[in-house]
Design a protein around this ligand. Structure first.
Ligand SMILES: Cc1cc2nc3c(=O)[nH]c(=O)nc-3n(C[C@H](O)[C@H](O)[C@H](O)COP(=O)(O)OP(=O)(O)OC[C@H]3O[C@@H](n4cnc5c(N)ncnc54)[C@H](O)[C@@H]3O)c2cc1C
Length: 711
């Protein structure tokens, strides 16, 4: 740090310490203002210019040092100088003070912050360069963020100082008028009864209403900025056009039709999207066949001398397609047409916020919902393009079972499929560059899965980064880096499962300027609304979750908000989100795990129950796994639950309901669970928690009571 920086830092810190040590805050409250009112008025009458100068300097110092008191100073401005003079003085003093605070923050911290977090701030910096003035204007107009925080944070960005000053002065002006006006009313307050005077009530109501009003104005300005260039049709063909008929799009259209809106659903490929055609449904069907084979291999566990099975890979895949066909009618054009949805097969292109083009037709619509999903991500590893790799999209067309399969990726999809193919008799090598599988879960949970995979013969290569692929004479070759060493893996087929990329390109979003996030998803607010107020997004394309049930959850909000906004809209509720990975053992979770609780600094207690002790699990030969519950220390409040074991994805439902409706473990313990079921594990973990929280002192007295009764 340079000498001048150190000097400024010392001066700022000394001034702030002095403020608190000498309790200067006592002069910045309404009571003091009232007490001194007569003296100040008298002084102002005789020394108007020096009163203004003293007030101005104090205001600038308070705001420049980000001390508490700016709001009271503003009220005082109104009380002393009246509305017009007060507004002028406060407007300049607050803008100059804010700019000084901005400069101090910039001088002391900007270089360090930009150096340290430069790469992650890249988008923020770009945004500020492009739109900084508008963002600052909205923050000034809508006081959602404290005044001093805006000054300090903006100092860290590349916004120009003159622009900061100018926008601050203009943006704060309406708020300044409202506060100074309230100050003029405070000055008239002579008695307690005056508190109920209409002038004072109106002034303070204005302070309360102002942020809402300002927010509305900002929303209108934002809407105009993006929609202004596009002529709005006088009438619309329909209320809603939904692009994509996967889980998100289907539910959006279903809800819209159910509430009698005119809705068109456009799908370019297959109704049902990923979940039905290439995701949940085929993968779960394949898992079922693979599980059957694993049971045959475990015949001795179930009391059989031996068991053999004859099967063809192609027949198993045929069953997968039969399952898809069985479920297809649920998502079909016929069903949705019957429900009142206008279904269109074709590729949609957004040509304006009010127009969608499909099959050469232009449909006008009041709102659009983007539900275009995601596709498998293929990392640009040298040689991968020569591999004819499989992904979750193409896999379902595989006719011959690979002998040696490499599964790239240790996430849920990679894990589910790696285990399937191993059980189907392939030699599977699973490669993950991070230190464990299923990295979102707690380490011991990943370990359950990894241990089982290794027992079943999967070569799990964690901490292995795939560096290149090549075609050998007799096999394909993957080179990985592990602990600085090169590891060579020979294989026949490659399955890439390293994540999914949102579908945001090629249908008009870029041309329109719909903003996307760093993760590549369409950026949405808490109402599932994009930066275009009449364009919403849900499902995988919006993130942050990539599940069918979260897509459906978001779809409700997207549909209802699109159809009823601005009259009524709902914030999406992400408070209780469950999911499961359908490996064996299954892993299911709702709420926080230990990793996340630590990351978020949330205090927690852990209670576990081992499913190896559960009667039904023992009878079923599935006596493995755990129920792990995180609760608030000393309180019966569930923070999160992870279950590993047979049917974990079903068992977790009880905790999902409990968390959603704020029921604790006492309630689960007090509920009858059928014997013998796996669900009893939920009750038993509640019992463990209860035992650990038994009231020891009370029990000592109860023991004495019983001893006394023995006579
Ligand atoms: C192997 C695998 C297993 C999975 N297992 C599970 C699971 O067990 N449980 C779970 O909850 N989730 C699972 N998922 C995730 C789940 O499938 C997705 O989260 C879900 O399908 C997302 O739905 P969506 O509607 O957002 O997108 P999608 O289902 O991808 O639907 C998007 C649709 O939009 C269409 N589209 C795109 N662009 C256009 C355009 N311009 N015009 C017209 N149509 C367009 C596409 O053709 C597609 O049909 C799994 C995924 C995979 C890959």
């Amino acid at each position: 740090m340079t000498k001048s920086k150190i000097l400024i830092l010392i001066a700022v810190v000394a001034a702030v310490i002095a403020f608190f040590v000498f309790d200067l805050g006592q002069y910045f409250n309404l009571a003091y203002l009232k007490q001194q009112k007569t003296d100040i008025e008298a002084y102002y009458a005789t020394h108007p210019w020096s009163t203004v100068a003293i007030y101005f300097v104090v205001y600038v110092v308070v705001t420049a040092l980000s001390l508490p008191g700016a709001a009271i100073m503003t009220l005082a401005g109104g009380a002393i100088f009246g509305l017009s003079v007060g507004t002028v003085v406060v407007s300049f003093a607050s803008s100059i003070g804010a700019t000084l605070a901005f400069l101090v923050s910039r001088f002391l911290l900007r270089d360090w912050v930009q150096q340290r977090f430069g790469s992650s701030l890249k988008r923020v910096n770009e945004g500020i360069r492009r739109d900084g003035a508008f963002y600052l204007f909205t923050m000034r107009l809508v006081p959602a963020f404290p005044f001093f925080v805006v000054n300090l944070v903006m100092g860290l960005t590349p916004i120009r100082t003159a622009l900061f000053y100018l926008v601050s002065q203009v943006g704060m002006l309406p708020g300044t008028v409202v506060y100074v006006n309230a100050g003029t009313q405070v000055a008239k307050l002579e008695s307690a009864a005056g508190i109920l005077s209409p002038g004072l009530i109106i002034s303070f109501t204005l302070i309360g209403v102002f942020p809402l009003l300002a927010k509305k104005i900002v929303d209108l300005v934002k809407a105009r900025r993006v929609l202004g260039d596009y002529p709005k049709p006088k009438t619309f063909d329909r209320n809603l056009v939904v692009i994509g008929a996967g889980s998100a799009g289907l539910v959006t259209a279903y809800i819209a039709a159910a509430i009698k809106a005119d809705v068109t659903l456009i799908e370019k490929h297959k109704m049902g999207g990923d979940c039905l055609n290439t995701g949940c449904v085929p993968s779960k069907a394949l898992i079922r066949s693979a599980k059957y084979l694993s049971h045959i291999r475990r015949a001795a566990d179930f009391g059989m001398k031996s068991a053999t099975v004859d099967y063809d890979f192609a027949d198993i895949m045929a069953r997968v397609h039969r399952v898809i066909r069985r479920i297809e009618p649920h998502d079909s054009v016929e069903r949705y047409t019957r429900l009142g949805v206008d279904c269109v097969e074709g590729e949609a292109k957004i040509v304006s916020p009010y127009e969608v083009e499909v099959n050469g037709r232009t449909l006008t619509t009041r709102n659009i919902v983007l539900a275009t999903g995601a596709r498998p991500c293929v990392p640009p590893i040298p040689g991968i393009e020569d591999m004819e790799y499989w992904t979750s999209d193409s896999l379902w067309d595989m006719h011959r079972k690979p002998k040696r399969l490499v599964v790239l990726g240790g996430g849920p999809i990679g894990c589910e499929l790696a285990q399937c193919f191993a059980r189907l008799g392939c030699h599977v090598t699973q490669v993950e560059m991070l230190p464990r599988l299923l990295t979102r879960e707690d380490p011991e949970i990943s370990q359950w899965v990894q241990a089982r995979f290794q027992t079943e013969g999967i070569d799990v290569l964690i901490n292995h980064k795939a560096k290149s692929f090549a075609l050998g004479d007799a096999a394909k070759i993957m080179l990985c880096e592990h602990d600085g060493q090169e590891v060579r893996v020979e294989f026949d087929e490659l399955l890439v499962a390293v994540g999914r990329k949102p579908n945001t390109e090629g249908f008009g979003l870029e041309e329109l300027g719909v903003t996307t996030s760093r993760q590549g998803t369409v950026e949405v607010n808490e109402y599932m609304q994009t930066n275009f107020p009449n364009i919403y997004a849900c499902g995988d394309v919006a993130g942050p979750y990539q599940f069918t049930h979260t897509a459906a959850h978001q779809a409700w909000y997207a549909s209802v908000n699109a159809l009823f906004s601005p009259f009524k809209r709902f914030k999406v509720d992400y408070s209780v989100i469950p999911w499961a990975t359908f490996t064996e053992p299954e892993v299911a979770r709702v709420g926080l795990n230990e990793l996340e609780a630590k990351e978020q600094g949330v205090a927690y207690e852990v209670t576990t129950y081992g499913i190896d002790d559960l009667d039904r699990a023992i009878a079923d030969g599935e006596d493995h796994g755990v129920v792990k519950v995180l609760t608030v220390p000393g309180k019966d409040k569930i923070l999160g639950v992870t279950i590993v074991g047979e049917h974990a994805g079903d068992l977790i439902a009880e905790f999902v309901t409990a968390m959603k409706y704020k029921l604790g473990l006492n309630k689960i313990l007090g509920t009858i669970h059928i014997y013998p079921t796996l669900a009893e594990a939920n009750k038993f973990v509640a019992g463990e928690w209860k035992r650990a929280h038994a009231p020891q002192t009370l029990l000592t007295w109860v023991e004495r009571f019983h001893t006394w009764r023995l006579g």
